[in-house]
Design a binder for this molecule. Structure first.
Ligand SMILES: [Zn+2]
Length: 260
């Protein structure tokens, strides 16, 4: 049996028999992998007991006939807060489900892996009112990594350079901005629900969360109205262009409605 040493994040887990757990990992070296943690349910005495959802470790895995087996765990970050508070858990679960759906088995994607590691760390360490910010940043970066980032600077119908002063029509289906000329010409064909309008500062904010390094982004520069608009837009892009719609989103919305 070949051994694989890799860093990985625990996306989810199921109980298996009396003492084992079936774990879905997103690994740095081989993308998504399912593995068995023997004795994981026996509690803290076992090292595999540390293999909890959203935690980040260095693993040694042995590939069995069907599933890999977890042999050694060296913890890098437990991300305790993500399991102990329902709001944090809702965001972390949704992030992990996006990765589980977007990530390929046995195929490394180090950019996707790094995004996952950084976002879970930010979510774990941030205050409750910053959760939506990092969740929105995650989805914007995910769109960029998966090759469907919103087009801001050029009209998505005629290709001409946009004049972004004033309000800009933005279409999820078209994939971005629509210039005034195309908007006037296509007004009958484009259904009203197919686009929304963005102010220049809102488009700048969108551009920033897509392209700026996460460590340089400051949550307090994005107010709640703006974040709600951007989180809605990024979510619709992920659904329309990539068919990515985690079930955990329902839970997240239920909680957000309760809190608002
Ligand atoms: Zn145009």
């Amino acid at each position: 049996m070949a051994a694989l040493e890799t860093e990985a994040v625990v996306l989810k887990q199921f109980d298996l028999g009396e003492s084992d757990r079936l774990i879905t990992l997103y690994t740095k070296e081989k993308g998504k992998i399912k593995a068995v943690a023997r004795g994981a349910r026996k509690g803290k005495k076992s090292r595999s007991g540390l293999v909890l959802p959203f935690s980040y470790h260095k693993f040694t895995l042995y590939q069995g006939r069907s599933l890999a087996r977890i042999n050694y765990v060296d913890s890098l970050a437990m991300h305790k807060q993500l399991r102990e508070d329902l709001d944090y858990m809702a965001y972390a679960s949704t992030v992990c489900e996006y990765i589980e759906r977007a990530g390929l088995e046995e195929e490394a994607d180090q950019a996707l892996f790094s995004l996952l590691v950084v976002i879970l760390e930010k979510l774990n360490d941030c205050s409750k009112n910053e959760l939506l910010f990092y969740f929105t940043v995650f989805k914007a970066k995910l769109l960029l990594l998966l090759g469907v980032k919103p087009e801001i600077e050029n009209c998505t119908i005629c290709g001409s350079k946009m004049n972004l002063k004033g309000r800009t029509a933005f279409s999820v289906e078209q994939g971005g901005s629509i210039c005034k000329k195309c908007l006037a010409e296509n007004d009958n064909q484009l259904s009203r629900s197919a686009f929304s309008f963005f102010e220049l500062n809102e488009l700048r904010a969108l551009y920033k969360i897509i392209f700026a390094e996460i460590s340089l982004l400051k949550p307090d520069q994005f107010n709640l109205n703006l974040l709600e608009k951007l989180t809605d837009l990024t979510e619709k892009f992920l659904i329309y262009h990539l068919d990515l719609q985690p079930k955990s989103l329902d839970f997240l919305y239920t909680l957000r409605n309760l809190n608002s």
